[in-house]
Design a protein around this ligand. Structure first.
Ligand code: SF4
Ligand code: MG
Length: 322
Protein backbone atom coordinates (compact mmCIF):
# COMPACT_ATOMS: atom_id res chain seq x y z
CA UNK A 1 0.00 0.00 0.00
CA UNK A 2 1.61 3.18 -1.16
CA UNK A 3 1.48 5.98 1.37
CA UNK A 4 0.28 9.04 -0.53
CA UNK A 5 0.09 11.41 2.42
CA UNK A 6 1.64 11.55 5.85
CA UNK A 7 0.69 14.23 8.33
CA UNK A 8 2.70 14.46 11.51
CA UNK A 9 1.89 16.58 14.55
CA UNK A 10 0.13 19.12 12.38
CA UNK A 11 -0.87 22.35 14.07
CA UNK A 12 -2.91 25.23 12.75
CA UNK A 13 -3.34 28.09 15.18
CA UNK A 14 -4.98 31.42 14.45
CA UNK A 15 -3.63 34.35 16.42
CA UNK A 16 -6.18 36.49 18.24
CA UNK A 17 -5.51 40.20 18.57
CA UNK A 18 -7.17 42.44 21.10
CA UNK A 19 -6.96 45.47 23.34
CA UNK A 20 -6.13 49.01 22.40
CA UNK A 21 -2.85 48.12 20.68
CA UNK A 22 -4.30 45.09 18.90
CA UNK A 23 -1.56 42.99 20.34
CA UNK A 24 -1.65 39.25 20.06
CA UNK A 25 -3.51 37.98 23.10
CA UNK A 26 -3.77 34.31 22.32
CA UNK A 27 -4.37 31.59 19.77
CA UNK A 28 -7.32 29.65 18.51
CA UNK A 29 -5.98 26.12 18.41
CA UNK A 30 -8.06 24.99 15.45
CA UNK A 31 -5.89 21.96 14.74
CA UNK A 32 -3.62 20.76 17.51
CA UNK A 33 -1.01 18.12 16.71
CA UNK A 34 -2.86 15.69 14.50
CA UNK A 35 -1.10 12.78 12.80
CA UNK A 36 -2.52 10.57 10.10
CA UNK A 37 -1.63 8.77 6.89
CA UNK A 38 -3.58 8.21 3.70
CA UNK A 39 -2.89 5.21 1.54
CA UNK A 40 -3.27 5.61 -2.17
CA UNK A 41 -6.80 4.83 -3.29
CA UNK A 42 -8.37 4.81 0.14
CA UNK A 43 -11.03 6.99 1.69
CA UNK A 44 -10.25 8.36 5.11
CA UNK A 45 -13.32 9.76 6.84
CA UNK A 46 -12.69 12.63 9.23
CA UNK A 47 -15.60 13.09 11.61
CA UNK A 48 -16.48 15.51 14.36
CA UNK A 49 -18.96 18.14 15.45
CA UNK A 50 -18.95 21.50 13.71
CA UNK A 51 -16.06 23.65 14.89
CA UNK A 52 -13.84 20.69 15.83
CA UNK A 53 -11.24 21.69 13.24
CA UNK A 54 -11.89 19.10 10.55
CA UNK A 55 -12.33 21.61 7.71
CA UNK A 56 -9.29 23.55 8.85
CA UNK A 57 -7.34 20.29 8.94
CA UNK A 58 -8.41 19.56 5.35
CA UNK A 59 -7.51 23.01 4.11
CA UNK A 60 -4.17 22.97 5.91
CA UNK A 61 -3.26 19.56 4.55
CA UNK A 62 -3.92 20.85 1.01
CA UNK A 63 -1.72 23.82 1.84
CA UNK A 64 -4.46 26.34 1.18
CA UNK A 65 -3.14 28.06 4.26
CA UNK A 66 0.13 28.22 6.19
CA UNK A 67 1.12 25.52 8.61
CA UNK A 68 1.77 26.57 12.21
CA UNK A 69 3.82 23.50 13.03
CA UNK A 70 4.26 19.88 12.09
CA UNK A 71 4.92 18.11 8.83
CA UNK A 72 3.01 17.23 5.66
CA UNK A 73 4.59 14.71 3.30
CA UNK A 74 2.75 14.27 0.02
CA UNK A 75 3.91 11.69 -2.51
CA UNK A 76 7.31 11.52 -0.79
CA UNK A 77 7.79 15.27 -0.88
CA UNK A 78 7.83 17.53 2.17
CA UNK A 79 5.29 20.22 1.29
CA UNK A 80 4.98 21.78 4.75
CA UNK A 81 6.71 25.03 3.89
CA UNK A 82 6.49 25.17 0.11
CA UNK A 83 5.68 28.57 -1.35
CA UNK A 84 5.23 30.32 -4.66
CA UNK A 85 5.69 28.34 -7.83
CA UNK A 86 6.62 25.10 -6.08
CA UNK A 87 3.49 25.23 -3.97
CA UNK A 88 1.37 25.96 -7.02
CA UNK A 89 2.92 22.98 -8.83
CA UNK A 90 2.10 20.55 -6.04
CA UNK A 91 -1.37 21.98 -5.50
CA UNK A 92 -2.46 20.90 -8.96
CA UNK A 93 -2.61 17.38 -7.54
CA UNK A 94 -5.13 18.49 -4.89
CA UNK A 95 -8.73 19.44 -5.22
CA UNK A 96 -11.50 20.27 -2.84
CA UNK A 97 -15.19 19.53 -3.16
CA UNK A 98 -17.21 21.87 -1.00
CA UNK A 99 -20.37 21.60 1.03
CA UNK A 100 -22.33 24.27 -0.78
CA UNK A 101 -22.02 23.66 -4.51
CA UNK A 102 -23.80 26.89 -5.30
CA UNK A 103 -21.50 29.16 -3.35
CA UNK A 104 -18.46 27.57 -4.97
CA UNK A 105 -19.64 28.04 -8.57
CA UNK A 106 -19.44 31.43 -10.26
CA UNK A 107 -23.06 32.23 -11.25
CA UNK A 108 -21.94 34.34 -14.21
CA UNK A 109 -19.85 31.63 -15.80
CA UNK A 110 -21.00 29.03 -18.26
CA UNK A 111 -20.71 25.53 -16.82
CA UNK A 112 -18.12 24.52 -19.41
CA UNK A 113 -15.94 27.44 -18.43
CA UNK A 114 -16.33 26.71 -14.73
CA UNK A 115 -15.16 23.17 -15.31
CA UNK A 116 -12.25 24.08 -17.59
CA UNK A 117 -10.93 26.88 -15.39
CA UNK A 118 -8.45 24.71 -13.44
CA UNK A 119 -7.01 23.45 -16.74
CA UNK A 120 -6.61 26.97 -18.10
CA UNK A 121 -4.95 28.02 -14.85
CA UNK A 122 -2.20 25.51 -15.47
CA UNK A 123 -1.82 25.72 -19.25
CA UNK A 124 -2.11 28.06 -22.20
CA UNK A 125 -5.13 26.18 -23.57
CA UNK A 126 -8.17 28.20 -24.53
CA UNK A 127 -11.77 27.11 -24.05
CA UNK A 128 -11.99 25.66 -27.53
CA UNK A 129 -8.89 23.45 -27.18
CA UNK A 130 -10.29 21.66 -24.18
CA UNK A 131 -14.02 21.68 -24.94
CA UNK A 132 -14.08 17.97 -25.92
CA UNK A 133 -12.34 17.00 -22.70
CA UNK A 134 -14.73 19.11 -20.64
CA UNK A 135 -17.77 17.60 -22.34
CA UNK A 136 -16.37 14.19 -21.59
CA UNK A 137 -15.98 15.16 -17.93
CA UNK A 138 -19.60 16.33 -17.83
CA UNK A 139 -20.60 12.89 -19.10
CA UNK A 140 -18.50 11.18 -16.45
CA UNK A 141 -20.36 12.96 -13.68
CA UNK A 142 -23.78 12.22 -15.14
CA UNK A 143 -24.44 15.53 -16.88
CA UNK A 144 -25.05 16.07 -20.60
CA UNK A 145 -22.74 17.63 -23.15
CA UNK A 146 -25.30 20.40 -23.78
CA UNK A 147 -24.97 21.40 -20.12
CA UNK A 148 -21.63 22.93 -21.11
CA UNK A 149 -23.50 26.01 -22.34
CA UNK A 150 -25.77 26.48 -19.33
CA UNK A 151 -25.37 28.47 -16.12
CA UNK A 152 -25.34 27.22 -12.51
CA UNK A 153 -28.81 28.56 -11.65
CA UNK A 154 -30.33 26.24 -14.25
CA UNK A 155 -29.38 23.19 -12.18
CA UNK A 156 -30.64 21.50 -9.02
CA UNK A 157 -28.44 21.20 -5.92
CA UNK A 158 -27.37 17.66 -6.77
CA UNK A 159 -26.52 18.62 -10.34
CA UNK A 160 -24.53 21.60 -9.12
CA UNK A 161 -22.53 19.30 -6.92
CA UNK A 162 -21.86 17.21 -10.05
CA UNK A 163 -20.52 20.34 -11.76
CA UNK A 164 -18.25 20.94 -8.77
CA UNK A 165 -17.03 17.36 -9.02
CA UNK A 166 -16.36 17.65 -12.77
CA UNK A 167 -14.33 20.75 -12.05
CA UNK A 168 -12.41 18.94 -9.33
CA UNK A 169 -11.52 16.17 -11.80
CA UNK A 170 -10.34 18.48 -14.56
CA UNK A 171 -6.65 18.32 -13.65
CA UNK A 172 -6.57 14.61 -12.78
CA UNK A 173 -5.84 15.22 -9.11
CA UNK A 174 -4.37 12.60 -6.80
CA UNK A 175 -6.01 13.73 -3.59
CA UNK A 176 -9.48 15.16 -3.08
CA UNK A 177 -10.69 16.66 0.16
CA UNK A 178 -14.46 16.43 0.14
CA UNK A 179 -15.72 18.76 2.86
CA UNK A 180 -19.26 17.69 3.74
CA UNK A 181 -20.07 17.30 0.05
CA UNK A 182 -23.65 16.13 0.60
CA UNK A 183 -24.71 17.89 3.81
CA UNK A 184 -26.48 20.65 1.87
CA UNK A 185 -28.38 18.23 -0.37
CA UNK A 186 -31.76 16.54 0.03
CA UNK A 187 -31.44 13.13 1.61
CA UNK A 188 -32.89 11.57 -1.54
CA UNK A 189 -30.04 13.00 -3.61
CA UNK A 190 -27.23 12.33 -1.14
CA UNK A 191 -26.63 8.69 -1.98
CA UNK A 192 -26.53 9.47 -5.72
CA UNK A 193 -23.72 11.95 -5.18
CA UNK A 194 -21.91 9.61 -2.79
CA UNK A 195 -22.14 6.82 -5.34
CA UNK A 196 -20.78 9.11 -8.01
CA UNK A 197 -17.82 9.94 -5.76
CA UNK A 198 -17.20 6.21 -5.31
CA UNK A 199 -17.41 5.47 -9.02
CA UNK A 200 -14.98 8.19 -10.05
CA UNK A 201 -12.62 7.17 -7.25
CA UNK A 202 -11.94 3.89 -9.01
CA UNK A 203 -11.86 5.30 -12.48
CA UNK A 204 -9.57 8.22 -11.67
CA UNK A 205 -7.49 6.45 -9.01
CA UNK A 206 -8.34 9.02 -6.36
CA UNK A 207 -7.56 9.18 -2.67
CA UNK A 208 -10.16 10.91 -0.52
CA UNK A 209 -10.13 12.74 2.74
CA UNK A 210 -13.83 12.76 3.38
CA UNK A 211 -14.99 15.24 5.99
CA UNK A 212 -18.38 14.92 7.68
CA UNK A 213 -20.16 15.60 10.94
CA UNK A 214 -22.47 12.68 10.28
CA UNK A 215 -21.16 9.24 11.14
CA UNK A 216 -23.60 7.48 8.86
CA UNK A 217 -22.34 9.31 5.75
CA UNK A 218 -18.76 8.47 6.66
CA UNK A 219 -19.71 4.85 7.22
CA UNK A 220 -20.97 4.55 3.68
CA UNK A 221 -17.84 6.07 2.19
CA UNK A 222 -14.78 5.32 4.28
CA UNK A 223 -12.18 2.60 4.63
CA UNK A 224 -10.78 4.14 7.77
CA UNK A 225 -12.15 6.81 10.06
CA UNK A 226 -10.60 9.44 12.29
CA UNK A 227 -12.58 11.20 15.01
CA UNK A 228 -11.77 14.77 15.95
CA UNK A 229 -12.67 16.66 19.09
CA UNK A 230 -11.64 20.23 19.77
CA UNK A 231 -8.74 20.28 17.29
CA UNK A 232 -7.47 16.87 18.38
CA UNK A 233 -7.60 13.55 16.61
CA UNK A 234 -8.80 11.22 19.36
CA UNK A 235 -9.27 7.89 17.57
CA UNK A 236 -8.36 6.30 14.23
CA UNK A 237 -9.57 2.86 13.16
CA UNK A 238 -10.91 0.86 10.26
CA UNK A 239 -14.56 1.52 9.61
CA UNK A 240 -15.60 -1.89 10.95
CA UNK A 241 -13.61 -1.49 14.15
CA UNK A 242 -14.79 2.05 14.74
CA UNK A 243 -18.44 1.03 14.75
CA UNK A 244 -18.10 -2.34 16.46
CA UNK A 245 -15.53 -1.46 19.03
CA UNK A 246 -15.18 2.30 19.59
CA UNK A 247 -12.61 2.82 22.33
CA UNK A 248 -12.45 6.54 23.00
CA UNK A 249 -15.25 7.72 25.33
CA UNK A 250 -16.12 10.48 22.84
CA UNK A 251 -16.45 8.02 19.95
CA UNK A 252 -18.49 5.74 22.20
CA UNK A 253 -20.92 8.60 22.77
CA UNK A 254 -21.06 9.44 19.05
CA UNK A 255 -21.72 5.86 17.98
CA UNK A 256 -24.32 5.37 20.70
CA UNK A 257 -26.39 8.04 18.95
CA UNK A 258 -26.62 6.03 15.71
CA UNK A 259 -29.92 4.17 15.61
CA UNK A 260 -29.41 0.40 15.35
CA UNK A 261 -32.28 -1.54 13.81
CA UNK A 262 -31.17 -4.71 15.58
CA UNK A 263 -32.59 -4.57 19.17
CA UNK A 264 -29.98 -7.02 20.46
CA UNK A 265 -27.15 -4.80 19.37
CA UNK A 266 -28.73 -1.56 20.46
CA UNK A 267 -26.61 0.28 22.99
CA UNK A 268 -27.76 2.72 25.55
CA UNK A 269 -27.40 6.24 24.30
CA UNK A 270 -24.60 8.13 26.03
CA UNK A 271 -25.48 11.78 26.52
CA UNK A 272 -22.51 14.05 27.05
CA UNK A 273 -22.81 16.82 29.60
CA UNK A 274 -21.99 20.43 28.82
CA UNK A 275 -20.82 22.08 25.63
CA UNK A 276 -17.64 21.85 23.62
CA UNK A 277 -15.17 24.31 25.25
CA UNK A 278 -13.70 27.17 23.20
CA UNK A 279 -10.65 26.28 21.12
CA UNK A 280 -9.14 29.50 22.44
CA UNK A 281 -9.09 28.04 25.95
CA UNK A 282 -8.99 24.29 25.55
CA UNK A 283 -8.99 22.32 28.81
CA UNK A 284 -5.64 21.20 30.21
CA UNK A 285 -4.58 17.58 29.94
CA UNK A 286 -7.07 15.63 27.88
CA UNK A 287 -9.21 18.21 26.05
CA UNK A 288 -12.23 15.96 26.53
CA UNK A 289 -11.96 15.71 30.33
CA UNK A 290 -14.62 18.35 31.05
CA UNK A 291 -17.24 16.17 29.37
CA UNK A 292 -15.89 12.66 29.66
CA UNK A 293 -18.01 10.19 31.65
CA UNK A 294 -14.85 8.19 32.44
CA UNK A 295 -12.57 11.08 33.43
CA UNK A 296 -9.99 10.43 36.12
CA UNK A 297 -7.87 12.82 38.17
CA UNK A 298 -4.86 12.33 35.85
CA UNK A 299 -6.91 13.43 32.82
CA UNK A 300 -6.75 17.04 33.95
CA UNK A 301 -2.97 17.06 33.75
CA UNK A 302 -1.69 14.46 31.32
CA UNK A 303 -2.13 14.94 27.58
CA UNK A 304 -2.95 11.53 26.09
CA UNK A 305 -0.99 10.61 22.97
CA UNK A 306 -2.61 8.92 19.98
CA UNK A 307 -1.30 5.34 20.29
CA UNK A 308 -1.96 2.04 18.68
CA UNK A 309 -3.83 -0.05 21.26
CA UNK A 310 -5.04 -2.79 18.92
CA UNK A 311 -3.82 -3.60 15.41
CA UNK A 312 -4.75 -0.67 13.15
CA UNK A 313 -6.63 1.03 15.94
CA UNK A 314 -5.24 4.16 17.57
CA UNK A 315 -6.72 5.96 20.56
CA UNK A 316 -5.71 9.01 22.57
CA UNK A 317 -7.04 8.19 26.01
CA UNK A 318 -5.39 7.51 29.37
CA UNK A 319 -7.73 4.58 30.03
CA UNK A 320 -5.59 2.54 27.67
CA UNK A 321 -2.23 3.59 29.14
CA UNK A 322 -1.44 0.75 31.42
FE1 SF4 B 1 -11.77 10.57 29.24
FE2 SF4 B 1 -9.44 10.70 30.51
FE3 SF4 B 1 -9.68 9.23 28.33
FE4 SF4 B 1 -9.69 11.87 28.19
S1 SF4 B 1 -8.01 10.62 28.83
S2 SF4 B 1 -11.05 10.49 27.14
S3 SF4 B 1 -10.79 12.40 30.03
S4 SF4 B 1 -10.72 8.91 30.29
MG1 MG C 1 -16.70 22.65 8.30
Amino acid sequence: DYELLRVKNLKKYYPIHGGFFKRKIGDVKAVDRISLTLKKGETFGLVGESGCGKSTAGRTILRLTNVTDGEIIFDNQDITRLRGRKLREVRRHFQMVFQDPYASLNPKMMVGHIVDEPIRNYSSNNHRDIRPKVKQLLNKVGLREEDYYKYPHEFSGGQRQRIGIARALALNPKLIVADEPVSALDVSIQSQVLNLLKDIQEEFDLTYLFIAHDLSVVKHMSDRIGVMYLGNLVEVATKQDMYKNPMHPYTQALTSAIPNPNPLRRKERIILKGDVPSPQHPPSGCVFHTRCPMAMEACKKVVPELKEVRPNHQVACLLYDR
